[in-house]
Design a protein around this ligand. Structure first.
Ligand code: ASP
Ligand code: MG
Length: 404
């Protein structure tokens, strides 16, 4: 089998962990597999490099930031090759330049455009374990780029897709994807499998197990993806097109506390207002999540929406600057809100899921401020202090702790 195995920063944080991973790689190699390894930077290396840059120039050019940040991954791959060689097995490390991982030019958030498999295949044919830097690419100008925080997952899935690997294993410090964040919901249970679409929803809902774009890529190229722990032997969670078993009604409950609500009260009730507000925000690269417009009264209406808390002040600023265009009476905001969502592929074909969720909240006397739904997701906005209680109540109501 050709297997791409990706190890995250905690899995290679120190010499002991690197040797532990090296041992596991050798084990799989001895079983006759061809192995491509993708690594992240060790532990907090990427954060530390950012700090270092800030000490010198807090406004450093993005090109130089990528030049700096990409070094973290380069350290990891060289160290891993040394560890494997020490165990007496052949290994070679390669960076993005050496295996032509081309990306576009967006420093700090580049997208992979093409990978040449020539060098990798050559090294595999020489029976090497091939260890490749995650997170980095090169652009057409011959500069180093990085793929965005957490981007090594995407490197691994892209490599698995282009190499037509039989399997792509993402090793991390948790042993799989859970029905909810175990720090919030004590009864959260590890899922044996989940669909790409559900995983995408969970990832964007703040379940930080996988880089979002890696799941998009896996779905596009139908990559066999597994999330599992590098520290235990537990079987992980398989991420695939569709559950073999019956589609689960609800597979996960996610909590996102990093959001805020903004309300424009007393807007003129006329065509074009929503378009103007949201195009202004889009132009300023502020993404909006849940939107609610009230029924108009007389000739006025209200629009409220949520943004990530990091975007709250920038959003308020651009709106205030354009007060004359919108003519609202009041601009309100609230950062003490949280979004609680349920995700499940079976939702689309089953009625009653929403009402069960709302009943769980009603039983707990938790007020819902906003609701939004999609095919496989229902989100509600609640007061931040109610969020954890809400997640637990919903988890309980759908009996997510029981293996079905
Ligand atoms: N080292 C990079 C980061 O910390 C990429 C990764 O870990 O996936 O974001
Ligand atoms: Mg990660």
């Amino acid at each position: 089998m050709l297997i791409v195995k990706k190890f995250g920063g905690t899995s290679v944080a120190n010499a002991e962990r690197i040797l532990n991973v090296a041992n596991r790689l050798v084990e799989s190699y001895k079983e006759g597999n061809k192995i491509v390894v993708v690594l992240s930077a060790q532990g907090d290396t990427t954060d530390d490099l950012i700090k270092k840059a800030n000490e010198i120039n807090s406004n450093a050019s993005k090109r130089e930031m990528d030049m700096l940040l990409s070094t973290g991954e380069q350290q990891s791959v060289a160290l891993m090759a040394m560890a494997i060689q020490k165990l007496g097995y052949p290994a070679v490390s390669l960076n993005a330049f050496q295996c032509d991982i081309y990306s576009n030019s967006t420093y700090g958030n580049a997208r992979i455009k093409s990978i040449s498999t020539e060098r990798i295949s050559e090294e595999l044919d020489k029976n090497n374990i091939v260890i490749i830097t995650g997170f980095q690419g090169i652009n057409r100008g011959g500069n180093v780029t990085t793929l965005g925080r957490g981007g090594s997952d995407t490197s691994a899935v892209a490599l698995a897709a282009i190499l037509n690997a039989d399997l792509c294993e993402i090793y991390t410090d948790v042993d799989g994807v859970y029905t909810s964040d175990p720090r919030i919901v004590k009864k959260a249970r590890k899922l044996s499998e989940i669909s790409y679409d559900e995983m995408l929803e969970l990832a964007s809902l703040g379940a930080k197990v996988l880089h979002n774009r890696s799941v998009e890529l896996a779905k596009k190229y139908n990559v066999n993806l597994v999330v599992r722990s590098s520290l235990t032997r537990e079987e992980g969670t398989i991420v695939k097109e569709e559950s073999t078993v019956e589609k689960m009604l609800v597979n996960g409950v996610a909590v996102d506390k990093d959001i805020s609500r903004i309300a424009l009260v007393g807007l003129k009730d006329q065509p074009g207002i929503a378009f103007n507000v949201f195009s202004l925000l889009a132009k300023n690269k502020i993404s909006v999540d849940i939107i609610l417009q009230s029924i108009g009264r007389e000739d006025k209406k209200d629009i409220s929406f949520t943004v990530s808390t990091a975007d709250l002040n920038p959003a308020l600023e651009v709106i205030e600057k354009n007060k004359n265009r919108f003519n609202y009476e009041k601009l309100l905001h609230d950062d003490k809100v949280a979004k609680v969502s349920i995700v499940g592929a079976g939702m689309a074909t089953n009625s009653g899921v929403a009402s069960t969720m709302f009943e769980a909240l009603y039983d707990e006397n938790i007020n819902i401020k906003m609701i939004s739904t999609s095919e496989i997701k229902i989100s509600v906005l609640v007061t931040e202090k109610d969020a954890e209680r809400a997640a637990n109540a919903i988890h309980e109501k759908f009996r997510l702790d029981e293996i079905k």
